[in-house]
Ligand binder design. Structure first.
Ligand SMILES: CC(C)(COP(=O)(O)OP(=O)(O)OC[C@H]1O[C@@H](n2cnc3c(N)ncnc32)[C@H](O)[C@@H]1OP(=O)(O)O)[C@@H](O)C(=O)NCCC(=O)NCCS
Length: 184
C-alpha cells in the first residue's frame, strides 16, 4: 500500500516528509541502505548484502510493497532520504494475524525523534490492517537505543537467538525477539 505523504517537525525544528517511495527511487533507496548498513553493526544485512542487490531487485521490492498491502515509509529532509522503514503483513492462513517491521535511520539523525515518528505511523498502519493483531521485530541485544524505542511503544521481549550475527572480527551478537500486541 502507499503511505500518504505527511510532514513532521523534529525535536530540533527540522522539517521532514514521510512517504512511500516510488519505483523510480529504487537506486536512491539502495544507495541509502548501503550507506546506513555501514554505520551500525546492529542491522541484519551488511552494506555488501545491499551492494549485491540489483536496482531491478529493489524496484521489484518497492513495487511489491506499493501494490500489495505491506508498506514502506521513507523519511526525507529537503528531498534527501534520511531514514527508511517497512512493515510486512504475513499472508498464510495461520499467520495472517502477524506482521514484522524494520527500520534504519541515518547516523546523522539518530536521537532526533525520527524513530518515534516512524513507529507511531507503522503502528497506525498495522492497526488499520484488517487481520493484524501483533507486530514483531528482532533487535540486537546490545542495541540499547533501539530497545528503548521499542519498549516505549509496548514491545515486549519474547525470545532470543543466541549468536544471531557473526561480525567480521568474529564477535557474535545475540538477537532479541520482540512483539507488540495491538489493542484495536
Ligand atoms: C535505533 C534507531 C532506529 C532509533 O531511531 P532514532 O530516530 O534514533 O530514535 P528516537 O530519536 O525517536 O528515539 C531514541 C530513544 O532512545 C533513547 N536512547 C538513546 N540512546 C540510548 C541508550 N544508549 N540507551 C537507552 N536509550 C537511549 C533516546 O533518549 C530516545 O528516547 P526518548 O524518546 O524516550 O527520549 C536508529 O538509531 C537507527 O536506525 N540505528 C541504527 C540501525 C538500527 O539499530 N536499526 C534498528 C535495528 S532493530
Amino acid at each position: 500500500m502507499i503511505y500518504k505523504e505527511k510532514q513532521f517537525i523534529l525535536k530540533d525544528g527540522t522539517k521532514v516528509i514521510l512517504k512511500s517511495p516510488s519505483v523510480e527511487e529504487a537506486k536512491d533507496i539502495l544507495a541509502f541502505m548501503v550507506e546506513v548498513a555501514g554505520q551500525s553493526d546492529f542491522l541484519l544485512n551488511s552494506s555488501e548484502d545491499f551492494m549485491n542487490k540489483t536496482i531491478e531487485d529493489e524496484e521489484k521490492w518497492i513495487k511489491g510493497k506499493n501494490e500489495g498491502d505491506s508498506c514502506i515509509i521513507t523519511v526525507y529532509k529537503d528531498g534527501k532520504i534520511i531514514a527508511n522503514s517497512d512493515i510486512e503483513f504475513m499472508k498464510h492462513k495461520k499467520t495472517i494475524h502477524r506482521s514484522s517491521v524494520g527500520i534504519s535511520v541515518h547516523k546523522e539523525y539518530w536521537n532526533k525523534g525520527i524513530g518515534t515518528i516512524i513507529f507511531e505511523e507503522l503502528i497506525n498502519v498495522a492497526k488499520n490492517h484488517p487481520n493484524t493483531e501483533q507486530i514483531e521485530l528482532g533487535v540486537i541485544s546490545i542495541n540499547e537505543r533501539a530497545k528503548h524505542l521499542y519498549k516505549k511503544f509496548g514491545f515486549i521481549e519474547t525470545g532470543i537467538i543466541p549468536n544471531s550475527l557473526k561480525l567480521k572480527d568474529g564477535t557474535y551478537l545475540d538477537e532479541i525477539l520482540m512483539t507488540k500486541f495491538l489493542e484495536k
